[in-house]
Design a protein around this ligand. Structure first.
Ligand code: ZN
Length: 391
């Protein structure tokens, strides 16, 4: 533990517990953002509560807090909302009590990701205590209550709001749990994209005994699906595992034995590398469908483009801090599902590093209190290095 860790008066374990005690299951805030704002305000942060709404989605409360007005500006992004507890009887502790047992902090959000938010707040407090008035840059918290939900009234709208105010971000660290089993083993520098596709093959219905009078869409659908599962999109790229394509459903719904149906449909999901954008994936699919020919409709919906923050100053700063504190060299990974970093990447370089994700979204979500202390040290080291780098 760093010698200054107790001098700032902000203990990352205590703040983690206070956050866990707020029942902030999406879309409810449960007082969580108020707890954070009350920790940040005495340090000099100016806090903005941002409520957004949209049709067919719940209203969401978000928190943007910034300290300082100068550059460079380092942003920490995350979420105070948590997933539901699930089966309460599967928990050995109250999921909202913030209890410590056998050196572990139990509670929904301990890993994903109230613990990381508390660690960053504690790191900022220590960083400021060391610098006193000599600090000329800016540090901000971009905290949504809508990460585990539809993600409509959260990070996307906060970023637009910030842009309209003239806020400029130079770097962003997302505190999602990135480590599979051990703190320090992995950070995320990008994510694969995800595209959902509905393929509807249109034919002409008819009697099975008179196929020359019909056009069987099932036969063409089978050929189209064979073509896209035979060919590979790519073999992976420098920082990405190969793109993958999965057929998730094939539907005809024909109850008869003697009718050629008029339509056949399939659903497909593609997880794609930085070799493609979603339009490129769509072109790749259409090329193969067109070779089979005939009439078809394709409805494509992108849930996230692939992105990569090329290894550079930010990833080097984070990796070096992780190594200095833990002795481990983090892998620069793009694995896993998507995160709000997919929105932030349009504004500034973004990487993700947080706690160990092993118990996230499960019963008995928990975190060794030693990891919470270590993550606060890592975040402090990141701030030290980022703001002392020559520019
Ligand atoms: Zn999360």
């Amino acid at each position: 533990m760093s010698p200054s860790s107790n001098s700032s008066g902000l203990d990352p374990l205590e703040l983690s517990q206070a956050l866990i005690r707020c029942e902030s299951v999406t879309p409810i805030d449960g007082g969580a953002q108020g707890v954070l704002a009350r920790a940040l305000t005495p340090m000099g942060f100016v806090c903005h509560t941002l409520s957004f709404s949209a049709p067919d989605t719940p209203d969401i409360t978000n928190l943007y807090a910034r300290l300082g007005t100068g550059a460079p500006h380092f942003c920490f992004a995350g979420h105070t909302d948590v997933v539901p507890v699930g089966d309460r009887t599967a928990w050995s502790a109250d999921p909202f009590a913030g209890e410590v047992k056998n050196g572990q902090l139990y509670g929904r959000g301990a890993a994903d990701m109230k613990g990381a938010i508390a660690c960053f707040a504690a790191a900022v407090a220590r960083f400021l205590a060391k610098r006193e008035k000599a600090f000329a840059g800016s540090i901000s918290f971009l905290i949504t209550g809508d990460e585990e939900g539809p993600a409509v009234n959260g990070t996307v709208k906060m970023l637009e709001w910030a842009k309209q105010r003239g806020e400029v971000f130079d770097a962003c660290l997302v505190g999602e749990p990135t480590n599979p089993t051990t703190l320090g083993e992995m950070m995320k520098v990008g994510r694969r994209g995800s595209l959902n596709v509905r393929l509807i093959v249109n034919g002409v219905a008819g009697h099975v005994a008179y196929p020359h009078l019909a056009d069987n869409p099932c036969h063409r659908l089978v050929e189209m699906l064979a073509a896209i599962t035979r060919d590979r999109l790519d073999e992976g790229t420098e920082h990405f595992q190969p793109s993958t394509l999965q057929i998730s459903s094939i539907d005809v719904g024909n109850p008869t034995t003697n009718v050629i149906p008029a339509k056949a449909e399939a659903r497909i999901n593609v997880r794609f590398t930085d070799a493609y954008d979603s339009k490129g994936v769509e072109r790749w699919l259409r090329e193969r469908f067109d070779r089979v020919g005939g009439n078809y409709d394709l409805v494509a919906q992108v849930s996230g483009e692939s992105f990569l923050t090329p290894p550079g100053e930010l990833s080097r700063t984070v990796a070096a801090a992780v190594t200095r504190v833990t002795g481990r060299t983090p892998e620069l990974s793009t694995s896993g599902g998507t995160s709000d970093a997919r929105f932030i990447k349009n504004y500034c370089p973004v990487v993700e590093f947080g706690l160990v994700g092993e118990t996230m979204h499960k019963a008995d979500e928990r975190m060794p209190i030693a990891d919470i202390a270590t993550l606060a040290d890592i975040y402090e080291a990141i701030l030290d290095d980022f703001f002392s780098a020559p520019r």
